[in-house]
Design a protein around this ligand. Structure first.
Ligand code: SAH
Length: 356
């Protein structure tokens, strides 16, 4: 099996080169090329014979772009990324005044089973490696160059695509450390958000890593009764423990926590539930992000009207909870979680059905 070099840091790549009988400085050269999105063929300061050998032994770019859809509304780009084993995951590039944000996936599918989420419908196929997570960013940067925007790069990263990042803990943390390598993509972790459904033990462990990442917690309910209807993880970790772990994260990192709350008609969107939520969050340094639900017809869950969003938001604000409604981007290209991959899976299985 070939060795994936993409997830290695410069010291590890140097050691790997030495193990191959190469001079150590090749490690740094290869690292720089990888982070620029270049495959072995393009590593022009390496002898041609070495490049050929490396191709036999190793992988530099484990991710490629299978399809892209560009929003005519706001320039949002939805990627379907192909992995070397034939799996695919989604990513979304959003454009803001202050730069580009890429939403990346951390697993192929997800095993958390949230009722409203399209990514989890077929369970978790496998974890992504750190190199594959980085590969999603490298693909998006290459796409920007190829679309005539060589000066635009992914600036912020959100781990909010398919998968539960804290369920793939080691590779996710390795990926985050790679991001800030000065010779690599060199991103500030202050521009990175990690979203979790609330794996309390892992949240507490993550608080100790010394990584200044913004933690987003998918809360989606003011109490355990409602949360259990939407999120099986609530049977394992009660909301009080999720909030205690969130408070611990604030104390350890000095960064406020973001609570994600998707409004589901008839389930969690009543103003009384906003009051209950506000009372639970009162002494926490936090911000609530209200998300209008993207309907998942397979699960029979519906979003709410603009008026209902506003009422919920106003109630939180009246109770002095900082809250905003999440801006929707790429509405015309199925920007939301799991939708594009599902369509691809459905399309492929339709074709397969046809062939039978
Ligand atoms: N597993 C992580 C990250 C992936 S989901 C987590 O649970 O946070 C990223 C965000 O999108 C989460 O807040 C998730 O709850 C939300 N989400 C998933 N499906 C959605 C839908 N149909 N409509 C609105 N938000 C959704």
């Amino acid at each position: 099996m070939k060795t994936e070099l993409t997830g290695m840091n410069p010291a590890e790549l140097t050691d790997w080169c030495k193990d191959q009988g190469l001079p150590g400085f090749r490690g740094k050269q290869i690292f720089q090329w990888i982070h620029r999105g270049v495959d072995f063929d393009g590593m022009s300061n390496l002898p041609a014979s070495l490049r050929e050998n490396l191709k036999e032994e190793a992988i530099a770019q484990p991710v490629s772009i299978r399809t892209t859809r560009v929003s005519a509304l706001d320039g949002t780009v939805k990627f379907l990324f192909a992995l070397l084993d034939g799996n695919c995951v989604e990513g979304v590039l959003m454009r803001y005044h202050h730069g580009c944000t890429l939403c990346i996936s951390t697993q192929v599918g997800c095993r958390m089973g949230c009722a409203f989420c399209a990514s989890t419908l077929e369970g978790c196929v496998r974890n992504l490696t750190a190199g594959e997570m980085l590969g999603e960013i490298l693909c998006a940067n290459r796409f920007l160059v190829e679309s005539g925007e060589p000066d635009t790069k992914v600036h912020n990263v959100v781990l909010m695509g398919s998968g539960e990042p804290l369920d793939n803990y080691d590779e996710t943390v390795r990926f985050l450390r790679l991001l800030r390598e000065p010779e690599g993509v060199n991103l500030s972790l202050r521009g990175v958000s990690l979203s979790t459904c609330g794996l309390v033990d892992r949240m507490n462990r993550f608080a100790e890593e010394g990584l200044p990442v913004t933690l987003s917690v998918s809360l989606h309910a003011p109490n355990d009764g409602i949360r259990k209807k939407l999120m099986p993880v609530a049977n394992r970790w009660p909301i009080d423990q999720v909030l205690a772990a969130s408070r611990n994260y604030v104390e350890k990192t000095g960064r406020r926590v973001i609570f994600e709350y998707a409004l589901v008609d008839g389930v969690n969107a009543d103003p009384a539930q906003a009051v209950e939520l506000a009372s639970r969050l009162r002494h926490l340094q936090c911000h609530v992000n209200l998300i209008p639900l993207n309907d998942v017809p397979e699960r029979g869950l519906k979003g709410v009207s603009e008026a209902q969003v506003k009422r919920f938001l106003d109630t939180l604000t009246e109770h002095r909870i900082s809250a905003t409604r999440r801006r929707e981007m790429g509405d015309d290209i199925e920007g939301a979680c799991g939708q594009l991959r599902r369509r691809e899976i459905n399309r492929t299985s339709e074709t397969e059905d046809h062939d039978d």
